[in-house]
Structures are given as structure tokens and as C-alpha cells.
Design a protein around this ligand. Sequence first.
Ligand code: IPD
Ligand code: CA
Ligand code: CA
Length: 277
Amino acid sequence: MSTTPAPEDLRRFLDVATEAAMAGGAVLQKYWGNLSSVQEKGRSGDLVTEADRASEVDVLNVIKRHFPDHAILAEESGQLGQRDNRFLWAIDPLDGTTNYAHQYPLCAVSIGLLVAGVPTVGVVYNPILNDLYRAAKGLGATHNRQPMQVSATAQLSDSLLVTGFAYDRRETSDNNYAEFCHLTHLTQGVRRGGSASIDLAHVACGCLDGYWERGLSPWDLAAGAVLVEEAGGQLSAYDGSPFDIYSGRLVATNGPLHQLIVQELAKVQPLPQFKPA
Ligand code: IPD
Ligand code: CA
Ligand code: CA
């Protein structure tokens, strides 16, 4: 039996996700450049601000008003409702907090809907650059309401990739430094965007050709995963096996580059623990 809801239901979920993303985005616009509180959440570098919290309140109000029976997994509030609910909204009210706190304009509200565990609807909204990315399973993907698709780049030597480094990077040798060096040598470059949902949106709209990262959470990935698949791209685990949103790591590409990136990641050995002089 298909887990995908009917198209009219998908369109409603997409509209509500967009309304919620816009509500969160308005909060992020209000606090942009006006933060009075930037705190570390416990791990060095993992920041939270009053904008993260206020955005989440407004996003959750929209989702709860329309779908009081659905479950929610939101970065600042945690799990609300049962995890085994057929409908689970995975919400990051501000993805790219470090960028936001520095007024570096790559950040987003990221709203994904998992249906029976499958990422099915995704909205990523950058309220600073006013970029809106939307997709729903089987309905395609759009950027600012125009159809978007992944790039056609087929050679690593022609590609521009993006990755990221998780907050535990100082505590583990599995910190992506070796992978970054390896793929930087083989490509035209590897960017570090600082917002996983925007990184995925950029693969989906074709300005980047591929992305990999570890140490992520479902709210970082749910919406962007739908964008990439619906824009014609491919998702998997690092070893090419099926993408698992709870594993915290993924490879997301335009398709032609997928196996090439998976093969190169498999060759990488961790660097010795990096200790700055
Ligand atoms: C972070 C961003 C970043 C990624 C981190 C995430 P946050 O989310 O997506 O690009 O490298 O692993 O935690 O903390 O800004 O919501
Ligand atoms: Ca995030
Ligand atoms: Ca966040």
C-alpha cells in the first residue's frame, strides 16, 4: 500500500508548511541584526538565540492550528505527540544559527513532513534573501514558485560541492576534515554553507552539484531531502545504501555524480586528531 497521501492532501500540507515557514521567517527578519541573547546550548559552538525560540513558537502555532492530531519533532521543543504517529513534522525554526548570529545571510526555516517515516513534504525558506523552496512527493519542486531541477554535471572535476562540520568536530576524528580535503582535490571546490537545509536546497536548484555531511538531525534533513528528490536528485547513506533520516548522515547529489562521490568517500581515512599548534 502506498504511503503517499492523495495530491489534494499533499497540496494542503505544502500550503500549511509554507504558511508556517513564512511565520517563522517573519520572526527571523525582525531579529536580524537585533539579537540581545546568543547562548551556547552545552556543546561548544552550538548556539541558540531568542530568534530560534520565537520562530519555533510561531511555526508550531501554525502547524498545531491546522493539524492538532499530528506529531511534531522540533529542535527547541523536542518531541510533541507520539513518534509513531503517521504524520510527523520535523522542524528547524532557524537552520544556520551561527550564520544568523553573524549576519551571514545563509539561514532558513526548515519544515518537513514525514508520512509513515517517509520525507514527503518540504519547505525551506530563507527570509533574509527571500528564497522559498518547496516540494511534495510526486508534485515536483519549486524555487520562488518556479520549477527547479538539479544540475546535469557528470564529472567530479567539473563539480562544485558543499559539506559541513558538526558541533562535535573537536571531540571526534570522524569530523569530516579528511573527506573535505579529499574531495577538494578532486572538484572545482567544496563550500561550507553553514545551513544544512540551504545546502540541500542549493543541490535541488542546481547551483551546487552534491552535498554530504554527518552529525545532523531529522529537522536539518527532512525538508531538504524532499527538495532534492523532487528536483530529480539522489539521496543515500555514505555507503550508497538507502538514506535513513535518523542516521544523521547522507549524500545528496544531482544523480550522475552520486556513485562517484560515494566511491570517493569510501576511500577516505580519518586524519589523526587535529590539534592546532
Ligand atoms: C546546523 C547547520 C549546519 C550543520 C550543523 C547543524 P543549526 O544547524 O545546519 O550547517 O553543519 O550540523 O546543526 O544548529 O544552525 O540549526
Ligand atoms: Ca539545524
Ligand atoms: Ca536550528
